[in-house]
Design a protein around this ligand. Structure first.
Ligand code: GAR
Length: 203
């Protein structure tokens, strides 16, 4: 079976990207990373990719007049690189149906909360404001909604008295770096069976 070709989209520091890079290097993920794209020129993810010799390109959202032309450029770059699975790793933009349909069933995201609770861009802040005692992270396939696609893996962490967005975020991130590579490898092994909202992990 041909190896999956990953394209990773990031907006910031890229620790989730790093966990995927490390897993590919160690053989935990049997795939290649063909390209890393960011929507911001100062995203540290670009440097991480460059350090590893991975093609890294900024498609600066600010230079595009609207979401569709921006996404067309992302698609052009990903397709040119032969990408077969798109990994959103701290990519802080909502993708339109145009992009999602183009890679239907082949886009994964990680969200720093236990979906369907606390979707959106400020999960830790919302978790702390609500007062829940458990949070975590969720890897899911991306559909046309926001953080609403079929769930692949989740991990839980406690929310502790006195937590800040930073302390909770760091605790959640540790789990993200474990479950994201695991989910990607399950996909690469052809072990994720999707039936509506339900993802079954095949033996
Ligand atoms: C991660 O916590 C990820 O779950 C979150 O952004 C952070 C990126 O960290 N993603 C979202 O909130 C997506 N809506 P990183 O840049 O160090 O990988």
């Amino acid at each position: 079976m041909a190896k999956e070709k990953l394209g990773v989209l990031c907006s910031g520091r890229g620790t989730d990207l790093q966990s995927i890079i490390d897993a590919v290097k160690s053989g935990q993920i049997d795939a290649t990373i063909e390209i890393v794209l960011t929507d911001k020129p100062d995203a540290y993810a670009l440097k991480r990719a460059e350090k590893e010799g991975i093609t890294a390109v900024c498609v600066n959202r600010k230079e595009y007049d609207g979401r569709q032309p921006f996404e067309e450029e992302l698609v052009r770059r990903l397709d040119a690189a032969g990408v077969t699975l798109v990994i959103l790793a701290g990519f802080m933009r909502i993708l339109t149906p145009y992009f999602v349909r183009h890679y239907k069933g082949r886009i994964m995201n990680i969200h720093p909360a236990l979906l369907p609770s606390f979707p959106g861009a400020h999960a830790h802040r919302d978790v702390l404001a609500y007062g829940v005692k458990v949070s975590g992270c969720t890897v899911h396939f991306v559909d046309e909604g926001t953080d609403s696609g079929p769930i692949i893996l989740q991990a839980a962490v406690p929310v502790l008295d006195g937590d800040t967005e930073e302390t909770l975020g760091a605790r959640v991130l540790e789990e993200e770096h474990k479950i994201y590579p695991r989910a990607v490898q399950l996909y690469c092994e052809g072990r994720l069976k999707v039936d509506g909202r339900h993802v079954t992990i095949l033996p």
